[in-house]
Design a protein around this ligand. Structure first.
Ligand SMILES: [Zn+2]
Length: 71
């Protein structure tokens, strides 16, 4: 059981984008949004720090976090 990518781990997604003035920020300001995606129900969930495990608030399943391939 040493597959490089197991489907039962949270995926970490990092998005970098420019704030639009309509969102309340200054024009051209960069924001980084990071969230984890539940492997069971694809729910997006915020987290803080760098947890090894996360528990999904939606499906209540606790899974490891895959830090090997953030995108
Ligand atoms: Zn879930």
């Amino acid at each position: 059981m040493a597959l490089p990518s197991t489907p039962d781990q949270w995926s970490i997604v990092t998005r970098t984008g420019l704030l639009r003035p309509t969102l309340g920020g200054r024009e051209g300001e960069e924001v980084t949004t990071t969230y984890a995606v539940c492997p069971h129900c694809q729910e997006r969930q915020d987290f803080s720090g760098k947890p090894d495990m996360l528990k999904c608030l939606r499906c209540k399943k606790e899974s490891k976090v895959d830090w090997s391939e953030t995108c």
